[in-house]
Design a binder for this molecule. Sequence first.
Ligand code: ZN
Length: 282
Amino acid sequence: MKNIFYSVFVGLFVVVGCQSEPRKTVPEVPLVAAPTKVVAPKKVAANAATILSKKEVPILCYHNIRDFNASASGNVKVYTVKPPAFAEQMKTLADEGYETILPEQLYNYLVFDGPLPAKPIMITFDDTREEQFSIGAAEMKKYGFKGVFFIMTVSINRPGYMSKEQIKSLSDDGHVVGAHTWDHHMVTKYTGDDWNTQLVKPKAKLEEIIGKPVTDFAYPFGLWNTAAIPEIKKSDYKMAYILATKRDSVDPLHTIRRIIVSGTWSIEGTMKAINSSFIKSE
Ligand SMILES: [Zn+2]
């Protein structure tokens, strides 16, 4: 033990010493123990303009995955994808070489120029529906895909919605659990204690369920305003997700764009939308 400590100490001394006065004190010891982390450069975070100029990673947003018939309302058709269509979409993404990424990788790409796969995509689910677990995650598993599940905490354990155990199991399987408020009221209407009820408490509840930090938030209906962003940040959300509207010029990390995959889209239409809905380059 003594020898190891001695080597580390002397090694450190050598590395530090070499930068200023290299010839003065160089004892005859091997350099193997010198920790390389000491000289790693500090990363510089990108500013808003740089983030906005980057190629966007396509992000899909799903709600219900179940059957519906031709007479269903327009709303149902937009917010619902039939199980065979969802399966076909996952298979097509895999066949075309897409690889799913998760928020941490997106953040590192946007802020620190971190690496991405050749064809990155993020797959997200809003509103806690049970079939997102039983059909969504099961289909994704066939291709090694991981997604982000935005949970509104009021719905947990209700019929048709995910249970605590299912949410925990998604997290344990490597999916990301994000927050989607307590009861889906739009953030543009919050006053007083609403911020605590809709942003702070749901985060704590989800963290208690999964045993990990919750760092991502999806705005109900994709609706946001500039008054909400400081509250979202204060509540310790690193990133927040809107729908296909324009990002905020000051805070693009809290206005990350997604598209809803409509139940009326063909597979060709879906792939076309993925290709055309996101900024391609700077
Ligand atoms: Zn929602």
